[in-house]
Design a protein around this ligand. Sequence first.
Ligand code: JFZ
Length: 428
Amino acid sequence: MSEEKSDALAWWREARFGMFIHWGIYAQPAGEWKGERIPSLGEWIMRNAKIPIPEYEKIAEQFNPVKFDAEEWVSIAKDAGMKYLVITAKHHDGFAMFKSAHPYNIVDATPYGKDPMADLAAACQKAGIRLCFYYSQAQDWHAPGGAGHWEEDDGSGWTQQPVEPERFTRYLEEKAKPQVRELLTQYGPIGLIWFDTPVVITKEQSIELRDLVHSLQPDCLVSGRVGHGVGDYGSLGDNQHPDGAVEGDWETPCTINDTWGYKFYDDNWKSPEDLIRLLVKCAAKGVNYLLNVGPTAEGVIPEPSVERLKAVGQWLKFNGEAIYGTRATPFPCDFDWGRVTCKSGRVYLHIMNWPEETLRIAGLRNRVLRALMLAGSVSVPFSQSHEPGSDSRMVELNLPAEQPDPGIVVLALNIEGEPEVSSLPVEK
Ligand code: JFZ
């Protein structure tokens, strides 16, 4: 991470929670091809069902998301407590979901004929949400020279061609770079470009893409998946949350069910409690949580996702202070009872397993001024001790015997100064 980018990262660090949207013409087959359910990710159906390019192109001729309503999508994100939105402008299938000079795009190749990104840009602007774009820079199964490009072989079927460096360079120059330029010049300020699966890209090419983004919009961030570690922040593996401490700026992309792009029969939904737990576990490591929805071909965010996002938003309404603008736990370890976030003057205890008696926190060096449950602002009686001989410190919180809420209860400790803990917070 370069020094000069840290200002541009300020909003992103503060945000902690964003909406990922995987939306493309793959939502039309929705996980099924010629009567067969195709395993794995919805947005990978072209490759997994080995759909020839001319047949896949026909999907676009049916794609008509008449129920798409940008303001509604943005309000779903806002009600969930999400602060930014990252939408697939072009996924690996090569189809642009925006107005582009390249003809394979939603405006020119579908009956819909409109640019949803323009509507989203306006709705985001109005709602104070940062609009960001996902762009598959290397994999493009439709464009000659793109990684994973389909070509008809000797007549026996369709296969992926090995990538030849000169052809790939031509694809980058003729399609990827011009489209990145379009995304950064047609829709006003963009928060970040979420490049993905660098596969064959060279380090020089990753740097060129990053520099192109920064030259068009200096404050626009570039995701780590641009390749070769040259992005402005890193991406963890999908649905991952780190166990140990993490250095630097990271984000975890997550699914609510098991796919990114819509599949009509994937109903393996995580519970709202699971989603909140993952949000807390990410925040406790200073990691952003980018939670995905996969809208249908009609342009509707599936109801089970909407319900769950509402529940997360409800939790954040009371406990958001313990997520937004916080830093990773100051403690060198995790605790059985839950997770910790903090900011200047405050330590937040996210209680996932309600303790049987007193909750003991060892090692906090700051004087605690007050302890309260965030939801309802209920004060919690506590005591604090310090044994100078062994330099052992302890805060004891007398929680109610009954957990006041079945979800994660957050305790805020008002402290003096910046949170500080002993390097080994030993419990007696
Ligand atoms: C990629 C895409 O192939 C997929 O379709 C989706 O868009 C997802 C968000 O990103 O898949 C990945 C990329 C990287 C990892 C896992 C899945 N990873 O690093 O663990």
